[in-house]
Design a protein around this ligand. Structure first.
Ligand SMILES: [Zn+2]
Length: 211
């Protein structure tokens, strides 16, 4: 597998994708690469979806509380609108929240000579491929799949297990609402945990009110 393409020097555009379940270190890996680019004195811009405001409006924040300044955008096309065309490296966190519009945007950026690094969930709460990541993987020069640790058995985990009841594809949240599970322990949808405190809607609203 081709690793990060730090060795390239010319203005050749490319796309790198970092994908995996929640709690697998995607955002840390994205920030590590962006820091390397900054050290190499490249111009860097970082984008994240505006809907993901769980921790911070103008930063990307990993579950391990590593932070980096970022710009919140409401759509994939807003990335193009907010782009400073002198920028060399474009980081995109939570890419799965942008939908399929992101495919054309990142392709256009890479075609125009930019280094694009996109991080996101590759499967949803039912274990299905999560658009637009599958398309980005097919278009990318470099792919990194990160694995988490299964919260049930400790094995490498590729699934994001939803712990609360909802039919929505996207329920923004982190610890308590989701956990990492391996292939064997993953239960598509919501596991039979209705009796657990955190699975009750009233508990979730209490949590939201407190935070
Ligand atoms: Zn497991």
């Amino acid at each position: 597998m081709m690793k990060s393409m730090d060795g390239f020097t010319g203005r050749i555009g490319w796309l790198e994708v970092i994908c995996g379940p929640m709690f697998s270190g995607k955002s840390e890996e994205l920030m590590r690469r962006l820091r390397r680019a900054m050290i190499a004195r490249k111009r860097v811009q970082v984008f994240k979806p505006a809907m993901d405001d769980r921790y911070s409006e103008d930063e990307i924040v990993s579950h391990g509380d590593v932070r980096m300044k970022s710009e919140a955008v409401k759509s994939a096309s807003e990335i193009l609108a907010k782009l400073d065309w002198r920028t060399d490296v474009i980081g995109i966190d939570e890419s799965n929240f942008f939908g399929t519009d992101l495919i054309e945007v990142v392709n256009r950026l890479a075609d125009s000579g930019k280094q694009v690094i996109a991080a996101g969930l590759d499967t949803d709460y039912l274990g299905r491929p999560f658009a637009p990541i599958p398309d980005l993987l097919a278009l990318a020069e470099s792919i990194t799949k990160t694995l988490a640790i299964c919260m049930r058995c400790g094995n490498p985990a590729k699934h994001t297990q939803r712990l609360v009841e909802s039919d929505d594809l996207i329920v923004v949240g982190a610890a308590g609402l989701y956990e990492a599970r391996c292939r064997r322990c993953f239960e598509a949808g919501v596991p039979k945990q209705e009796l657990l405190e955190f699975a009750r809607p009233s508990y979730r609203f209490q949590q939201a009110a407190q935070s």
